[in-house]
Design a protein around this ligand. Structure first.
Ligand SMILES: [Zn+2]
Length: 191
């Protein structure tokens, strides 16, 4: 055989993106964001604002959580806070060295602050929040040089999917498919 991989005998047909030196990264940011989206689906099924999060260390999901503010009647029960608490329980330490947190929507100031305090290595989010996002959109808590630690930020992973999930929730609230029980500010103003 003159050239090519023996499994692809034609010169015209070559494996896409694979050769002897490439590896396939199945566990990339989109893979873990999809897991966070599934957590957000759990929130939606429970009539909570659909935000989901997973914590990843050494290529494995070590904790998952979804927004439970209404269920727990706790303003701090954002998905990111709950996933940090769960991850700390798994690791046995509050320090999130080497942990990447995936969350469907850009974290708020409270959650971004918690990630800084927990020394999260990186946060990956889907939907940006220009009104109150604290990972660079409205505020930059994660990158503020005066803090003890800075969290690396990757924005816009599966942004379209995360945005549609979030907007559909508020459409359902406005058209009566979901109970309008929480913060009518958002329910009434989200377009
Ligand atoms: Zn938050």
């Amino acid at each position: 055989m003159k050239s090519g991989n023996k499994n692809f005998p034609s010169d015209e047909i070559q494996p896409v993106g694979l050769n002897d030196t490439d590896t396939v990264d199945f566990f990339n940011d989109e893979y873990f964001m999809r897991a966070a989206i599934r957590e957000a689906e759990k929130a939606e099924r429970n009539h909570e604002v659909p935000v989901g999060a997973v914590a990843v260390k050494d290529g494995m999901i070590i904790a998952r959580a979804w927004n439970q503010v209404e269920m727990l009647k706790d303003a701090t029960a954002h998905a990111e806070i709950l996933v940090l608490t769960a991850a700390a329980s798994v690791i046995g330490d509050w320090r999130m060295d080497g942990v990447t947190l995936y969350v469907t929507k850009e974290p708020c100031a409270m959650c971004a602050g918690a990630m800084v305090n927990a020394r999260v290595e990186r946060v990956v989010y889907g939907l940006p929040d220009p009104r109150s996002g604290a990972c660079g959109s409205a505020l930059d808590i994660t990158g503020f040089p005066g803090m003890l630690h800075q969290v690396k930020v990757t924005a816009g992973v599966l942004e379209l999917e995360c945005t549609e999930q979030f907007k559909q929730f508020f459409r359902n609230v406005r058209n009566g498919k979901l109970p309008k029980k929480h913060f009518c500010g958002d329910c009434c103003t989200e377009k």
